[in-house]
Design a protein. Sequence first.
Length: 268
Amino acid sequence: MSTTPNILDKIIAQKRLEVGERKELYPVRLLEKSLYFESTPVSMRKYIQRPDLSGIIAEFKRKSPSKGIINAHAPVERTTIGYMQAGASALSVLTDKPFFGGSNEDLTLARRFNFCPIIRKDFTIDEYQVLEAKSIGADAILLIAAVLTPAESKTLATLAHSLGMEVLLEVHDEAELQANLEVGADMIGVNNRNLKTFEVSIEISKRLAPLIPASVVKVSESGISSPETIRILREVGYEGFLMGENFMKHSRPEKAALEFIEQLTARV
Ligand SMILES: O=C(O)c1ccccc1NCC(=O)[C@H](O)[C@H](O)COP(=O)(O)O
């Protein structure tokens, strides 16, 4: 078993420093002046459930701790517009720079060219980041159970909701799921990737599916690379499918997404 100790700890330690710096550079009163602060977010939950779309949340991700560089050159505009035109239900944009090569500017650029919901994919640990997500044009935020207490998740989710954004709460096992059922997340994402070992298995999504309340939209995250896997995940109740590397590893990720969604549609 390949182990990469403490990547989450490293990411969170770095994030704390980064958030401290950003608070000084861009105080909340500046964030609140952003045009997006007053905008009405688009419901990611509703888009995932739209029968005319694929349920796929297509991710813009340049690199990752598990894979290194995935795609250093794909432009945000062409890729995200292409994802949407291909039939993705929503976009996920990584905004973490040190570990994923993303930025807030990537999300704002995607926002400028797309009307579909966009989730800010980052490691949210502070209320400041929720305000920041709103200010850069996000419709939803990710909360990762492995790095937050349920009380912290609830506070962050409540703030996100007060700004009109939705919350995707990510879990990886039964204990995380049970501990966070009262957070009030709009969507629960089961990460098929163990963020400590980087092992990927959709068995985790299958195992946790019956434990997720019916009122919450189920999303399966990571390691999805075939329409057949989506068919299996749909059978156990998943409506959302977060996919990054499988598209981004191609020089034209949006073409890969189109081909994938065409195959998916042809098979069901
Ligand atoms: O992807 C990683 O290596 C990773 C490492 C540590 C924390 C988070 C990580 N990934 C974030 C994600 O959840 C994925 O980007 C997302 O689910 C898409 O996964 P994939 O389709 O396998 O690119």
